[in-house]
Ligand binder design. Structure first.
Ligand SMILES: [Zn+2]
Length: 375
């Protein structure tokens, strides 16, 4: 049986642990201990050393009945700032921080829901197929944990990532591809008062390049772009010779993100060349997008879980990235389901205990639907 009290206690114990991105050591140790106490054999991978963090992803296989779909259940261990010394305050059904930090329900809510669901399945001796649990590091700011997860050791048919807000039963089934770029505009230094005509001001080149960007902000219903950082210059009396801008492009459509990115970067190069300068550009695909079709098997599983639990299913698209992008990109169909987190990434963050409990009911229904699923 799902225990509301046990779930609440688990959630409170998790959010009291400091676990900023790349500093998840205490959280990883706590989870390894909790999973062992549940009779499981978790392991930690070597992602920490690869990304300059102090902990790796914590992974665990729960052996189930053979020849059934294998599920991967995921949540991330890290939180955003301000996230040190989080003090959860419970008032009736609602848990908030004390107002000085985030709550960390993003994503301790996901971890607590997975742990409670597994405990309840164990207690009830519920039959299920193989389950993998993966608690990732450094999701915030780059999905670094998921990108380093060794999926050759996780042979899952479907993945459910518990890292979304909204009513329980809602699932993100579409998310954008994400490119990020850095453009360094090169000019020529000169004394700004004595002979500015001998210089070429890189700040001016960058400004014009930005002003002439062919796509900016909301490009179309499924695409966006942004410049987020600009830096350059050494002193007021020096014609600046280098100015760097950093930005991103996102789109649900891979064809569009490729085209928009190319058009933006070509326009940078052209503007710089026209002014006698140069643009040196580095481009990185941060993560792939996903777009799961209505008739996909994973959606059929969600529908069955919704029918059996009575929790209405609501499929939506999201503009952000999550571990779900990486898992889909690796070829395992994955959706991001809600655990009820609200106002995340702010000190006003909160979560309702009743929603987390409902998320356990929904996740249990998914596990049961997968067990009964005939492929
Ligand atoms: Zn999250």
């Amino acid at each position: 049986m799902i225990s509301k009290q046990r779930l609440t206690d688990e959630f409170l114990s998790l959010v009291r642990i400091d676990s900023l991105s790349k500093q998840e050591r205490k959280m990883a140790d706590a989870l390894l201990k909790k999973l062992k106490a549940m009779g499981l054999e978790p392991w930690e991978d070597d992602t920490g050393s690869k990304i300059g963090g102090n902990a790796g992803n914590v992974i665990c296989r729960i052996k189930g009945e053979p020849d059934r779909p294998v599920l991967l259940l995921m949540a991330h261990m890290d939180t955003v700032v301000p996230g040190i010394s989080k003090k959860p305050v419970v008032k009736g059904d609602i848990i908030r921080s004390d107002g000085t930090t985030v709550l960390g329900g993003d994503d301790a809510g996901g971890i607590a829901v997975i742990l409670e669901t597994v405990k309840s399945l164990q207690e009830d001796r519920e039959k299920h197929g193989d389950l993998y649990l993966a608690f990732t590091v450094a999701e915030e700011g780059g999905l670094f944990g998921a990108r380093n997860l060794d999926l050759s050791r996780i042979l899952a048919d479907f993945a459910f990532i518990l890292d979304d807000g909204g009513p329980i039963g809602s699932a993100a089934v579409k998310a954008p591809f994400h490119n990020r770029f850095l453009a360094e505009f090169k000019g020529r230094a000169a004394h700004a008062g004595l002979e500015p005509e001998k210089g070429l001001n890189a700040i001016m080149v960058a400004s014009r390049a930005i002003a002439q960007m062919p796509h900016f902000g909301r490009i179309d219903a499924e695409s966006t772009s942004n410049i987020g950082i600009i830096s350059g210059g050494q002193a007021r009396n020096i014609v600046c010779d280098s100015c760097t801008i950093e930005g991103e492009v996102r789109s649900i459509s891979e064809e569009k993100i490729e085209r928009y990115t190319e058009e933006i970067l070509n326009s940078f190069r052209e503007t710089a060349a026209n002014m006698g300068g140069k643009a040196e550009i580095t481009l990185e695909r941060m993560y792939p997008g996903y777009n799961i079709k209505e008739d996909a098997e994973i959606i059929q599983l969600l529908k069955k879980a919704s029918d059996s639990s009575g929790i209405p299913l609501s499929l939506h698209s999201t503009g952000g990235g999550s571990d779900t992008n990486v898992i889909n990109g690796a070829g395992i169909p994955a959706v991001d389901i809600s655990v009820g987190m609200e106002q995340v990434h702010s000190t006003g963050e909160m979560i309702r205990i009743s929603n987390m409990e409902k998320a356990c009911v929904f996740l249990t229904a998914i596990v049961k639907a997968a067990y009964a699923y005939n492929r």
